[in-house]
Design a protein around this ligand. Structure first.
Ligand code: KMH
Ligand code: ZN
Length: 284
């Protein structure tokens, strides 16, 4: 296939990589990319392995999660200079981040952002996303021309997504794309029955990816491929490749997803195809 050929979404698989997250500590997970150089290297490796979107959390000099806008903007520039990946910044941040700082993420000028559609227990913590914040964040994506990906940690989040679209209309780019985040302790479980129920209630015409956290990674990936969905993988969600075997790097997870997508006869999408599907303008 040449890059000038755009396949229909159902014929190809979008692979998003979430390389870092806000939860794992570098001291415990040495392969986690936390510096800008490590992140750019991981991004390039993951692009080569089949990723089309990168979901980005950044860390400060001490490898702690940060939403510093200057750091985020530098990261967006560096990733664009090194790769043609769609750059999606996290507006979820860490559970300790304020709504104000999470809103300010959009000022860093990404192609896309995550937008979580409800509050969820998050292990021993709470990931807070009350309706007024969701509404304000969504309205800001529309004003600034950032394409949101709707993160759904629970079935109730799907109801809020419907409410959001009914209230404020279509997202920038005109297309609704969701990510089912499954297996978070406190959120929906990562199994095929729950995935099927969630997919059945999505808005008409929406596309979706699925992410299984921890040991839900493989069941969710198989269920998503069997159901016409797309995949998100990465060390934000998965730090063990198999029982007792730590992930060596993000590209290892992208490579496995690309192999499974190929076996399912839905090979990975290029970033250009992903832009066409998601309504993200081409920069190249
Ligand atoms: N770190 C979690 C509390 C997102 O990136 O939008 C939230 C999260 C979701 O990772
Ligand atoms: Zn995230």
């Amino acid at each position: 296939m040449t890059d000038s050929t755009i396949r229909r979404p159902a014929e190809a698989t979008l692979v998003t990589v979430a390389p870092t997250g806000a939860e794992s500590r570098k001291a415990v997970v040495p392969a986690l990319p936390v510096t800008l150089d490590e992140l750019v290297a991981a991004a390039s490796d993951c692009r080569a392995a089949g990723a089309a979107v990168i979901h980005v959390h950044v860390r400060d000099e001490e490898a702690r999660p940060t939403l510093d806008v200057g750091r985020l903007a530098d990261t967006v520039h560096a990733l664009r200079a090194a790769t043609d990946l769609i750059v999606q910044l996290s507006t979820g941040g860490a559970v300790t981040d304020s709504f104000e700082r999470r809103l300010a993420v959009l000022e860093a000028g990404p192609d896309a952002c995550s937008l979580t559609c409800g509050t969820v227990n998050f292990g021993d913590e709470v990931f807070a996303n009350p309706w007024p914040f969701i509404r304000e964040l969504y309205a800001r994506t529309q004003e600034l021309g950032v394409v949101p990906e709707f993160e759904l940690f629970d079935l109730g989040h799907v109801a809020t997504l419907h409410r959001l679209l009914a209230d404020l209309g279509a997202p920038h780019g005109g297309h609704v794309h969701c990510d089912l985040v499954m297996g978070v302790p406190g959120g929906m479980p990562g199994d095929a029955a729950t995935l099927t129920a969630a997919v059945a209630s999505l808005p008409a015409g929406a596309t979706w990816s699925a992410t299984g956290v921890g040991r839900a990674s493989l069941p969710v990936m198989f269920a998503a491929l069997a159901t016409g969905g797309h995949l998100r993988v990465g060390m934000e969600d998965t730090i063990f490749f198999a029982h007792g075997r730590p992930v060596s790097g993000n590209a290892q997870l992208v490579q496995r997803a690309a192999t499974l997508a190929g076996l399912a006869q839905r090979p990975v999408m290029t970033p250009r195809e992903a832009r066409a599907m998601l309504g993200v303008p081409d920069r190249h």
